[in-house]
Design a protein around this ligand. Structure first.
Ligand code: ZN
Length: 176
């Protein structure tokens, strides 16, 4: 996935915060959206290793940073501890982090393969295989039908962003 991770992260975080039973102050909502955006691209930090150290020897989707069990192991225990201590901002921060990382892996598994059941099953799973038709590899993805899904996600996020800002602008006008 090329362009839709951040917009998808924005959408799922906004949706989650809207459905939350907790209410947060404006600056805490902004923090949580920021955390969501950060986590929506976090697994791709492995591209630095892929280009600088691994010399593009292995597909970066096979690294531990693209393996669900790694993120579950990191976030699940803190999530339970914070849930017991009932710190709502910290709990929501961890849930938003985990949710966005998992969404990243889910979206990646449309046109790439992810080790969803590792270490139980060492086979990776993906929805479609993008055929390598062009020498410049990004073109294979940009001209594949799955890229339309990315365009749809970006469009939905832009619409949602515009809607939210016009609502906020109306509220400010009513208050002043
Ligand atoms: Zn990725």
């Amino acid at each position: 996935m090329f362009i839709a991770h951040l917009p998808a992260g924005y959408l799922i975080t906004q949706l989650y915060l809207k459905r939350q039973c907790f209410s947060f102050a404006e600056q805490h909502r902004a923090w949580l959206v920021g955390v969501g955006l950060f986590a929506s691209v976090l697994p791709d930090v492995d591209l630095l290793y892929f280009y600088w150290f691994d010399q593009r020897q292995h597909n970066h989707h096979s690294y531990w940073t693209h393996t669900p069990v790694f993120w579950l192991a990191i976030f699940l225990l803190p999530c339970v501890v914070v849930w017991i201590t009932k710190q709502k901002l910290l709990l929501t921060t961890i849930v938003v982090l985990l949710m966005n990382v998992m969404l990243h892996l889910l979206l990646d598994s449309i046109a790439a393969e992810i080790l969803w059941l590792y270490p139980v099953v060492k086979q990776s799973f993906g929805l479609v295989e993008v055929p390598a038709q062009f020498a410049w590899w990004p073109l294979n993805f940009l001209l594949h039908w799955s890229f339309m899904l990315e365009v749809l996600i970006v469009g939905t996020a832009l619409y949602q962003l515009k809607r939210q800002y016009s609502l906020k602008y109306q509220t400010v006008n009513i208050q002043s």
